[in-house]
Design a binder for this molecule. Sequence first.
Ligand code: HEC
Length: 146
Amino acid sequence: MKPLHYVMLAIMLLIGIIVGIDGVNRQQLSVAPRTQGNTDGSTLYVRYCAACHGANLEGQANWQTARLDGSYPAPPHDASGHTWHHPDAYLVAVTLQGGAAITGNPQNAMPGFAQQLTPAQAQAIIDYIKSTWPADIQAQQASLNQ
Ligand code: HEC
């Protein structure tokens, strides 16, 4: 081979490597988000809910006191809150569609997660929340689901 041929071969190899790496990167980018299909309720809770409802489901400070704009802070999801006063279907609906849509109160600041979560994922989060309650609270809430 003439020296020029070596140079051309080297350039072609280099282009091949670059295109190859680019292809791998594109493949990685098109990989689904981490939570897609994930139905681990506690993982999803940490990712989507804990910022407002608290890492330990404790809610925001003074959650029973309205802010100046009339909205309320996020309530706890532990036994001290009122999440357990509602059946699963209501809790899943609020989670997916948001508080304003379900309660009819435009001041309700609970966002809807229908774009982020499937109904199965929303139910998994509610199941996780329920699993943290004492047995008597679990039983009372379960009776609402009948
Ligand atoms: C940006 C803050 C914020 C995030 C994030 C958030 N919430 Fe809320 N959530 C609220 C607020 C505020 C309320 C209370 C609204 C009201 O009563 O006016 C609420 C209320 C609720 C209620 C109704 C409780 C009841 O007893 O009526 C449920 C259920 C709920 N949230 C579930 C979730 C779940 C599940 C997630 C995660 C997927 C989540 N929330 C993420 C702010 C948030």
